[in-house]
Write a protein that binds this ligand. Structure first.
Ligand SMILES: Cc1cc2nc3c(=O)[nH]c(=O)nc-3n(C[C@H](O)[C@H](O)[C@H](O)COP(=O)(O)OP(=O)(O)OC[C@H]3O[C@@H](n4cnc5c(N)ncnc54)[C@H](O)[C@@H]3O)c2cc1C
Length: 310
């Protein structure tokens, strides 16, 4: 029998520490409880939302007028380099288990908050890697039926998966890693954590707000831009224009609306200085998009997901 709670504050369950309450809230311990929760929502004609670690979302100040389902973590076991992991497992737990078992392939994920389910949804990545590289199969709940998907079915791309288009609930992920040297793994993780600590702000945030772009996406023409900003040559080579670089060049670092601020440390982060509201973050996002469009003719797209904005 599932236990549905009422009027649960969501802000503490997000890394931004922003957002109103969930009208209904379920902590699902297993697939059966997720199924029961979905049935309950259907019967009561209530919409639902699956919450992971809340580290890539902005929840509206009014909250979520429906059922929030949080998939709980389960114990991690790797056997013969493969492990079947619950979607609710945090990336931190997973990186810890890979160190313990001397498995390589997830060092890039050290220091990224959130769960494996959320990472699959947005194909989370860093340092030139992404979670898609380690995924073998995924078990999801689709219209109350359990189905297994192979890596190629998920249509992973840069910060993309099919889950952004459908309403599947991700339940379990089969990951495959490689045998590595435990000391080398630890060393790389330590280096990656240091890089993060030096480059990222320490205030509450949802990580990078905008996706990076392809240099081809400006109608001004890259040649004109390169004349003005020779640094863009680096981006041409790497194939990616950093959204943070564009925002910084617009002079927006440090810009504040209410208690939300474009980080002084990393221009692609919006930070909560204390009591920021979702509406302040939205106002900053709109300002950034408009300014970048006017200066560079690039259309920035959000990496973060919005929850329940009308
Ligand atoms: C300081 C900081 C640094 C970060 N660095 C990075 C980085 O380097 N690279 C990067 O890519 N991201 C980064 N992020 C963003 C974020 O941590 C990752 O994208 C993370 O993997 C999101 O997981 P989550 O569990 O928090 O997802 P949530 O924020 O809870 O949810 C994100 C989306 O996934 C969906 N979702 C979650 N679980 C499920 C499920 N079981 N079934 C179906 N849908 C689900 C939600 O409905 C929502 O739409 C960073 C964030 C912070 C705060």
């Amino acid at each position: 029998m599932i236990q549905i709670k009422k009027n649960i504050s969501l802000a503490p369950l997000t890394s931004f520490k922003i957002g109103g309450p969930a009208k209904y809230f379920l902590e699902a311990k297993n697939a059966d409880e997720v199924i029961e929760g979905l049935k309950w929502a259907k019967k009561n004609k209530i919409k639902y939302f699956v919450l992971g670690g809340g580290s890539n979302i902005l929840i509206s100040d009014e909250g979520f007028n429906g059922l929030v389902i949080k998939v709980q973590p389960a114990k991690i076991f790797f056997k013969n380099l493969s492990g079947v992991i619950s979607a609710g497992t945090s990336l931190a737990q997973l990186v810890g288990a890979s160190i313990k078992d001397g498995l390589t392939g997830l060092e890039w994920a050290a220091g990224i908050p959130g769960t494996l389910g959320g990472a699959i949804y947005g194909n989370t990545g860093a340092m030139g890697h992404s979670i898609s590289e380690s995924v073998e199969k995924i078990k999801v709940l689709r219209n109350s039926a359990l189905i297994n998907l192979k890596n190629k079915d998920i249509k992973f791309a840069y910060r993309k998966s099919i889950f952004q288009k459908n309403k599947d609930v991700i339940l379990e992920i089969e990951l495959k890693l490689q045998k590595g040297d435990r000391e080398e793994i630890k060393k790389l993780i330590k280096e990656n954590l240091l890089k993060r600590s030096l480059s990222q702000p320490h205030y509450p945030s949802a990580g990078c707000v905008f996706k990076n772009l392809s240099p081809r996406l400006t109608s001004l023409g890259l040649a004109k831009l390169l004349e003005k900003y020779p640094e863009l040559e680096n981006f041409k080579k790497s194939g990616v224009v950093s959204a943070g670089w564009l925002i910084e060049k617009c002079g927006l670092k440090g810009k504040q609306i209410g208690q939300a601020q474009i980080s002084e440390k990393h221009a692609n982060f919006i930070v909560n200085l204390g009591n920021a509201k979702a509406k302040d973050v939205i106002a900053l996002i709109n300002l950034v998009k408009k300014t970048v469009k006017n200066k560079f003719d690039f259309d920035l797209k959000e990496e973060i997901q919005y929850v329940d904005f009308k």
